[in-house]
Design a binder for this molecule. Structure first.
Ligand code: ADP
Ligand code: AMP
Length: 215
């Protein structure tokens, strides 16, 4: 089964994607994570990509599609979960085309719907471990020791694009495009909307029920 987890920045895609990938043995493709790794590279592409990310803008389709294609085609797992890709109409068709090469398709799209104010609270409070990239939240999921990762003890940091102004811009940049993506999958009859405002465990349970009823 191939699933897309969609939602605005901060909706909980990464959080839920991680849990689902462990539970259902799915390969979790997070375009944000992949592109951030690229931004850390000390070359011209890394510099270009970093500029888009830190401004809260979308990285050009050609770049995203190329790296996603490489990874999807190389992937050995049958079950895939996409988080953050596709983000616009062009990417929808790119993903369909990539999956058709390996004779697969998208079976289910889960839309995590979260209020704007809550998205801002989640983004501005998100903290990441410098070493293992674990994700925390200062209010909803705080580490045991302030500013330190529970798993490895390394320092936590705030993503540049989670600062309030950029967080607001990310929501603005993505809103209309995501609506079009949602309409596309709604018309195909494979979209399920989940109330993502609820606490993480409840959201997880709801998604699991949807997946099981689609298996
Ligand atoms: P996305 O991948 O959609 O941008 P994340 O999964 O990284 O979002 O979640 C954003 C922040 O909100 C993180 O700090 C995470 O710990 C927190 N979070 C995720 N889901 C919930 C939830 N249901 N309730 C409260 N906080 C959440
Ligand atoms: P995310 O981790 O999903 O919040 O993504 C962080 C940033 O990476 C975004 O704000 C974009 O700059 C970039 N990005 C991630 N996925 C995509 C995508 N599918 N298309 C374009 N840019 C993306």
């Amino acid at each position: 089964m191939n699933i897309i987890l969609m939602g605005l920045p901060g909706a909980g895609k990464g959080t839920q994607g991680k849990k689902l990938s462990q539970k259902f043995k799915m390969h979790h493709f997070s375009s944000g994570k992949i592109i951030r790794r690229m931004a850390h590279q000390d070359n011209s592409l890394g510099t270009v990509v970093k500029r888009y990310i830190n401004k809260g803008e979308l990285v050009p389709n050609e770049i995203i599609t190329r790296i996603m294609k490489n990874r999807i085609i190389k992937s050995k797992t049958e079950n895939k979960i996409f988080d953050g890709f596709p983000r616009n109409k062009k990417q929808i068709h790119d993903l369909d085309r990539i999956l058709s090469i390996i004779k697969e398709k998208i079976n289910l799209v889960i839309y995590l719907k979260v209020e704007k104010e809550e998205l801002i609270t989640r983004l501005t409070g998100r903290r990441i471990c410098r070493l293992d990239n674990s994700v925390y939240h200062i209010k909803y999921d705080p580490p045991q020791k302030k500013g330190k990762c529970d798993k490895c003890g390394a320092n936590l940091y705030q993503r540049e694009d989670d600062k309030k102004e950029v967080a607001q811009k990310k929501i603005m940049v993505n809103r209309k495009k995501l609506e079009k993506v949602k309409e596309y999958y709604q018309n195909k009859g494979i979209l399920e909307i989940v109330d993502g405002n609820k606490e993480s465990e409840k959201v997880e349970q709801e998604i699991e029920n949807i997946i099981k009823s689609n298996e």
